[in-house]
Design a protein around this ligand. Structure first.
Ligand SMILES: Nc1ncnc2c1ncn2[C@@H]1O[C@H](COP(=O)(O)OP(=O)(O)O)[C@@H](O)[C@H]1O
Ligand SMILES: [Mg+2]
Length: 107
């Protein structure tokens, strides 16, 4: 998950941009992990589709950064296998934040 999200943040980030990772305790049972960048952002028309297999925005294809468009769909599968979900907030030219939750280990 982290490799995919941080790799994207670097690829679709900007020169000398900033990438942040944040970890939050939620209701005592779950943690929220977020990866943010201040890069290209994703427009609203593309946002609902970026978790589809092979889906890449025009901007991603034109950047020639390489990629198969599989990373986010794999992330979605991994996190759903844990019974959790992945979400995104993004604004063009402002940046993107991808987040997912995980259950803490039961002791
Ligand atoms: N941090 C990000 N900033 C801007 N666009 C992103 C970001 N992460 C993903 N995307 C968009 O979502 C698409 C799908 O991501 P992904 O499945 O990881 O494919 P890939 O990395 O191979 O391009 C990317 O091609 C890009 O258009
Ligand atoms: Mg990727």
């Amino acid at each position: 998950m982290l490799t995919n999200l941080i790799d994207n943040a670097i690829k679709y980030g900007k020169q000398k941009g900033t990438i942040e990772s944040s970890f939050y305790k939620l209701d005592g049972k779950r943690v929220l992990i977020e990866i943010s960048d201040d890069g290209s952002g994703i427009s609203e028309e593309h946002l609902p589709r970026i978790f589809e297999r092979f889906y890449r925005t025009d901007l991603a294809r034109s950047r020639k950064v390489g990629g198969s468009g599989l990373g986010l769909s794999i992330c979605k599968h991994i996190i759903e296998a844990h019974g959790q979900s992945i979400h995104v907030r993004s604004k063009i030219d402002i940046g993107s934040t991808f987040g997912f939750t995980l259950s803490k280990r039961k002791n």
